[in-house]
Design a protein around this ligand. Sequence first.
Ligand SMILES: [Zn+2]
Length: 422
Amino acid sequence: MGLQTKKVDYAFECIDCGKQQDAHNQVIYLCPDCSSDNTPDRPPRGVLKTVYDYSLLRNKNTSLSDLSLNGFLDLLPIERKESLPPLRIGNTPMYVFRELDGRPLPYFLHVKDDGQNPTFSYKDRASALVSAYAAERGINTIVAASTGNAGSSIAGICASRGQHAVVLVPETAPKAKISQVMMYGAHLIPVRGSYDEAFELSIRLSNTYGWYNRNTAYNPLTIEGKKTAAWEIFTDMAATAIDRIFISVGDGVIISGIYRGFEDLLKIGLLEKMPVLVAVQSEESDNLVRNMAGGHFTIKTSTTMADSISVDVPRNFRMAKQLLRQYGGEWVTVRDADILSAASVMARNTGIFSEPAAAAAFAGLLKYHREARLDAGTHNIVMSTGSGLKDLRAVEKMIRLPDAVDPGLTSLSDIRDLPPGL
Ligand SMILES: [Zn+2]
């Protein structure tokens, strides 16, 4: 018998002081006590984590199918499933591969293809929850600062249900992603300045006009929405233990979200052991990984071509660091050249074409592979967080188109670079 109505209460809890905030009768973003001294040059304090009263679920020996019967409503900070947008969010496919470039792999390689979300990126999981939360409070306009994917995501999700999206982007944002925002009918505001300046302006606009703000990590639902992939992975893997999950990291919101999903399962008693999550960053944007050792937070200006993970000040650094430390996570950097090469290896071996920011996770797995750190028989998952069609400019640079042939061609021997065996 599944739980047919929502029974589990929830609150927002500050990751810095632990104080809980009412999540029902107010719209709140950061812990007011801890965020008052925040400055743009270091990761914000006072980010809120959503916590649930798990006792009811634990006492009832709740099964995964009980939870899924009700759309996992008891583990989401919304009141009704009907509040979610009509598009299919999440429930993306996971595939298993046993060889690379014709050579058998000693381990199992799984790829979760989140590029198959409605706007072709993982961010739809967060946008869907933000949209539902706004709908339950009668707020019809959602504002977001974005470098591309979060903006196009909230634009698409809002378009599906008659909500308005206002998207602020630095005027240098990639044109393909801006075009997607505009095609969904969102109101685009290019900002003469950086992402950080667009971020601050979006907060002023939401405070002035009462718009709901979707800024990543600033809004606690952006973290919570990203946890649903963990439940899907757990379901897909059935009784099989997961060894490692490779995740590209920019702001640290996706990796924190995936930790949150598994944390739910641990606390209900459905999962025995947290998988090892591996945070993968580009060497050209390594502000989360480089600051894991602690001490004064230092910024190295990001220059990676993987724009979705190009971040100077990771907005969810403090939570991601806490979770990586608490659960024995790992972190690694890869070169931009390795990311482009990984995108190619992944596409030709799996049929999944991912944008560079997503291929970074695959590059992380390949680095572990080269260093023989993946034991035989283990199950390793790569999160593919966005479609390659999002950012064609990056890969076009490494593709050399073949010369045209004469239509009267009679022999392939005149064509250069044909693969052997054709
Ligand atoms: Zn606090």
